[in-house]
Write a protein that binds this ligand. Sequence first.
Ligand code: GLN
Length: 492
Amino acid sequence: SVPDYPQTMGHPRPLWMLFMTEFWERFAFYGMRWALTLYIVAEFFNGDASGQGFASRTYGAYLALVYAAAVFGGYVADRIIGYQRSILVGAVVMSAGLFMIMLPDERIFLLGLSTVIVGNGLFKPNISSMVGQLYGVSDARRDRGFTLFYMGINAGALVSPLVTGWMASYFTDTPMQQNYKLVFLASGIGMLISLVWFWIGRRQLKGVGRPSPEQANRMRVVYVLLGCVLAIPLVYLVMAKAGAIVLQWMLTVLFVGLSLLLLVEGFREGKVQRNRVFAMLIIFVFNVLFWMFYEQAGSSFNFLAQNIVDRQMFGGWEFPVGWFQSVAPLALVLLAPFVSLAWGWLDKRNLEPSIPRKFGLGLLGNAVAFIVLMYALSSLVDSRNLIPFWPLVLVYVLQTLGELCLSPIGLSMVTKLAPVRLVGFAMGGWFLSTGIGNNLSGIFAGHVSGKTGMTVASALSGFTFSFWLLAGAGALLFLIAPLINRLMHGVK
Ligand code: GLN
């Protein structure tokens, strides 16, 4: 039973409040993400290249853990304090972490990142689950609502690196040294805006996401805060000590544990719910593959841009490597309305693809992107061993098209298929699968670059492998889609 919300631009009014809250949180998240590895090398290794390995490992672990923490955050919302309070506590903890990383001490910096991880775990899955709660079970606008919400995510991701990147190079005394402290400060402030936005706006939700009567006791919030304080040093230890391989094992164990818990709940609720959980878990596995290759954006594709792409523009001006990171969110914000319209148009004609087919399209879109790279690396390499500029841009656009078929649909799917008592936890599972993809992506990119750095040949073989795996998985998903649909029992 969904409250009777006023409608704004065709959607329940609180959608726009959640949109802006998430916009500012992503502003904070992506505003500082680009600076992390650069800052570690500059601040803790005096700019020496020997710090790059440590910086990359820390960055990889940070990203994997930030998404894995969502499992715990989702559970806290479902079972302990409800969604609204989890989001508020998460926002406070995350801001604290962002201000901590400004301090020039390596241990406090890592503790700050651990704090961001814990806070984000409480925030990110739960705000996504809340979007689903604005729509009734059979409301066909739900997928479109999630696509709009996803635009908010990417609008934040697009704007913030531009703002903080500009600040870092403008407000500095020594041209070689960027002002990273200011980047972290801006992120922290962005997170405070997110907190205030939700604090003021949450009344619009008309009680949705409030703690249930058993969860209402305020002492529970204190316990959760205590839990955060205990969790932060643990996260610190994992981030500082576990390598990518150990982390991979830990994430896999977490994923298996989560799957079992969801299945137990599914079995408890009967055959339909059990099958829906199965369907959701199968999709999660495909999601890992999508992000494993998509997230090379921050690793392999960056080295490709740096070493193998001809970035010389008119008048001798060189396109900055970092700017490629804005291509995907820009494409996303521009393309999302069209994809949303396309689903609506197909829906009216009873042609809208099913959830697994949309996922299949996502994987195939990602696969096609790699064909472009294979073509460029085998046929367009010039005498300087460089490829033109446009293939890499096209790669980002194609991957984004794939992302739009898959990622907002995934969020929406979780809110439809998960057992009601564990929606937040299942949303955590969705983000955990992203986290596993991120971690594998780092391991894979390490192989592509090898010991000597990326070459045309190593890139070509790595990207050919990526293509075949994605194309195979996409095709398989298309084939088994009817089976998965049967497991979903009418959920579309
Ligand atoms: N860009 C998206 C976000 O930041 C991707 C998250 C994900 O599921 N991988 O929310």
